[in-house]
Design a protein around this ligand. Sequence first.
Ligand SMILES: [Fe+2]
Length: 228
Amino acid sequence: MGVEIKESPVSDSDFEAMREFVFEYLAASVENESEGGRMRWYPWHSAEYRHNHILNVVDLAEAIAQKEGANEDVARVAALFHDIAKLETDQDVHAKRGAQITREYLETHTDYPASFVEQVCSAIESHNYAGDITDLPLETQALIEADLLDKIGANGITLMLLRMGYEARTHLDAADMVERVHRRGIDAAERIRTDTGESLAFQRIKRVRWFSEWLQEEVRNMEVSEDL
Ligand SMILES: [Fe+2]
């Protein structure tokens, strides 16, 4: 009977070196940007926000992979690199470009098996796949679900309220903006397929619903617009 040896090729110090590389890459992308080329005043165009988002996605992807029986190392390394090109390229090419940068890094800085590099890069390349995510390997599903989950829930609300400040909106727009986060959560839950991802999505949607109800209860004239 064949016994599968599951030894992690990724040490803590490897992972830390990769994390530093990703953060420095993001910071350099912002520095090299020509003035006003992007909406860089929005918080999610900063290297700090992107780095933090990436670390959240690493934790979520790892948790999903672990509970669903996927390869955790593939999921967490793919999550770590998935948005590396986000600040230097356009949205529609960032996944492909991110996979190229990752391949280059893994091939020159590590001795991981070729099949491991392949799985990681393929997960990154398809992380913006718009179809049914069960078409993809489980590690890629874990990454896509984790990426969706970080934009909903309490963190989704925080970013949306921050955005209101950047857009000079008033406090009374908050119910509508929180409702957008709620809808985004429902849309995300429709795409999510694993049981682990689904239960995390429901927990996050519930938090947003509570917040929305509390807000409308506490603040006079704080209502969700009819057309939303
Ligand atoms: Fe992402």
